[in-house]
Design a protein around this ligand. Structure first.
Ligand SMILES: Nc1ncnc2c1ncn2[C@@H]1O[C@H](COP(=O)(O)OP(=O)(O)OP(=O)(O)O)[C@@H](O)[C@H]1O
Length: 263
């Protein structure tokens, strides 16, 4: 029986990349990448520096135009129908550029109104997000986002990603520079989000964190997915770090190389 005659509508992937490619001059940063993130999953994207993670995720969320291929969020093409797709997406980009002259609370208020959310809903969520992310005190002091620390900027960026109740969160290095207490809060928020049926995609270099958080993982090497699946499928009986190093290959450092660093 075909999908059409069974009466069942197949559920779309939360995020689907199909033949996604991006070149910068001669350089192929992302090479015909395919990736499927099932709904409700907590998906980790790992890979060495320069592998193409940020480039792929930026194309997946509508921030960087692909040279070829498609990205779909719950079946909606991010580049053909950006308004609909972005309604479903919460994004924490790499090197997030934030308005520097606003406080965190002003930024969330502006962002919520820009998203056409009701004023009272924005006010209530802003207060709640500032409280749970421990940005309340900075807000009371009138601290501007331009004066925030790196970790605080990450947290206010996460708050903007969460504000409009997206179905899919795509977070580039969300834990980088975040203190352990805030990291716990963040994990609790993200787990609650997936438990309610939302999907999370995170990139990270911290294998232990990915193993602890994610139920699925993709290892990206040289612009392509070298391995993807459930955590156990990808690990294949060893640790994620060992599997990562196997796939990436670690350069040897000979005894005589860099001998000068020891004086
Ligand atoms: N705007 C750009 N212009 C030219 N090359 C770029 C540009 N952005 C990325 N690249 C190149 O594309 C490749 C992939 O970069 P990308 O930032 O996606 O890697 P990454 O996997 O996120 O790395 P990292 O883990 O270090 O953050 C790199 O070789 C990088 O130099």
């Amino acid at each position: 029986m075909s999908e059409h005659t069974s009466g069942q509508v197949p559920e779309h992937a939360a995020l689907e990349l199909r033949g996604l490619r991006r070149t910068f001059g001669e350089k192929v940063a992302v090479h015909d990448m395919d990736l499927v993130v099932p709904p409700g999953s907590f998906y980790g994207v790992v890979g060495p520096n320069g592998a193409g993670k940020t480039t792929a995720l930026s194309m997946a969320v509508g921030l960087l135009r692909p040279s070829a291929g498609r990205a779909l969020v719950h079946g909606v093409d991010v580049w053909a129908d950006p308004v609909e797709a972005k309604r479903r997406l919460g994004v924490l980009p790499d090197g997030l550029a934030l308005p520097e002259r606003l406080t965190g609370g002003e930024l969330l208020t502006y962002w919520g109104r820009f998203r056409r959310m009701p004023r009272d809903v924005v006010a209530a969520r802003t207060a709640e997000l500032l409280r749970v992310l421990e940005l309340e005190e900075a807000e009371a002091l009138g601290t501007l986002v331009g004066e925030y620390s790196t970790g605080m900027r990450k947290k206010i960026g996460l708050a903007t990603a969460l504000l409009h109740t997206p179905r899919v969160l795509v977070l580039d290095e969300p834990y980088e520079a975040v203190d352990p207490v805030s990291a716990r809060v963040l994990t609790r928020i993200l787990r609650r989000f997936t438990a309610a049926g939302g999907s999370v995609v995170v990139s990270s270099h911290v294998m232990a964190l990915v193993e602890q958080l994610c139920d699925r993982v993709a290892i990206v090497v040289r612009g392509q997915v070298a391995a993807a699946g459930t955590l156990d499928e990808v690990r294949g009986g060893s640790s994620l770090e060992d599997r990562f190093v196997d796939l990436v290959g670690a350069p040897e450092v000979a005894e005589e190389e860099l001998a000068w660093i020891a004086g």
